[in-house]
Design a protein around this ligand. Structure first.
Ligand code: BG6
Length: 313
């Protein structure tokens, strides 16, 4: 993979200077971050990984999205928290073992293409992943892989994300994707996840044993599950923060739920010892039997909207 090119913050600032709801900082040299603050919310987006790092509507006292307080910005390492983008595979690559876990998107430096203010004051940001640069190594071993990836974020009272994959080659491609969303919760044991009832899931911690979800999901131990054919809206009830996070999705037929719990998070260099208590990953995805097949010229959109309201108990 080619070296991460240092993008000068002042170049970005100059190019997008007309929008006074945004400014640029560097998480560390070579890792530009867009900071957004408009009448609805604050948010930040890292060009490394093309991923959202934070989102907090002004109506909320607590951030909606979790970012590790030990987050590490380092080339070839995924950012722990926010919404990393898993693409074009999920987990390890089944064919080529030495390829990076969860694919290239989350460890590539994305380009900021456009920023616009919508009629109601929401800000829309459009980013593009230069696949010809970052997928080169993968293309050498998989020459038919010619795929374009872009994403847009709309920052308003709600957060809207649109991940677009386009097969630009002349052969069909099979791929997976996921918005690996880390949600900020009051305490992992005080939340329940609705919208999965009756869905078949693969328990990755029980040798991929398939089971059926009965009712809502409470997390009481390490959890790593892929819910298949699961395209209902997901509701995350948080009794501690007295709020409900709603994840509505289109073009995502799987839902992944992950919490590393105590032991695993202690072994991670980018998560504090208590980090696992305040996060849950609920990922809108297309994985396993829900992998995507894109014919030449075909587009796929994975769209989610994340909104928050008061929990009525
Ligand atoms: C989840 C996977 O999506 O991501 C887990 O289901 C994995 O198996 C987790 O452990 C975190 O992955 P990573 O590569 O960001 O540490």
């Amino acid at each position: 993979m080619s070296e991460i090119k240092r993008i000068m913050i002042n170049q970005l600032q100059q190019k997008f200077s007309s929008n006074d709801s945004i400014y640029f900082v560097e998480a560390r040299p070579g890792f530009p971050v867009i900071k957004i603050s408009n009448k609805w919310a604050t948010a930040s987006i890292s060009l490394y990984g093309g991923q959202l790092l934070s989102f907090q509507p002004h109506s909320q006292e607590q951030p909606v999205i979790w970012l590790s307080d030990k987050v590490i910005f380092k080339k070839d390492k995924a950012i722990r928290g926010g919404i990393p983008l898993c693409w074009p595979w999920f987990g390890s690559n089944e064919q080529f073992e030495d390829q990076p876990a969860h694919g290239y998107a989350r460890i590539s430096l994305w380009e900021l293409i456009n920023i616009s203010t919508l009629a109601n004051g929401e800000i829309k940001l459009e980013l593009h992943m230069p696949c010809q640069q970052y997928c080169q190594e993968y293309q050498n071993i998989n020459p038919s892989f010619h795929v374009d990836l872009s994403i847009s974020y709309i920052i308003g009272q709600e957060l809207a994300i649109d991940l677009r994959t386009h097969n630009t080659g002349d052969t069909p491609v099979i791929l997976s994707n996921a918005l690996h969303s880390y949600f900020n919760v009051s305490h992992i044991e005080d939340v329940s996840v609705l919208g999965l009832d009756g869905a078949t899931f693969i328990d990755k911690l029980l040798s991929a044993k398939k089971q059926i979800q009965n009712g809502s999901l409470q997390i009481k131990k390490e959890t790593d599950r892929i819910y298949l054919d699961s395209n209902n809206d997901i509701i995350l009830n948080d009794s501690g923060y007295k709020r409900q996070i709603n994840v509505s999705k289109k073009g995502a037929d799987s839902t992944v739920v992950w919490n590393p719990w105590q032991q695993k998070s202690h072994s991670m260099d980018d998560m504090s010892d208590n980090g696992w208590k305040s996060m849950i990953c609920i990922e809108s995805a297309n994985v396993d039997i829900n992998k995507l097949k894109l014919n030449p010229g075909q587009n796929h959109r994975l769209h989610t909207t994340i909104s928050v309201k008061k929990l009525v108990e």
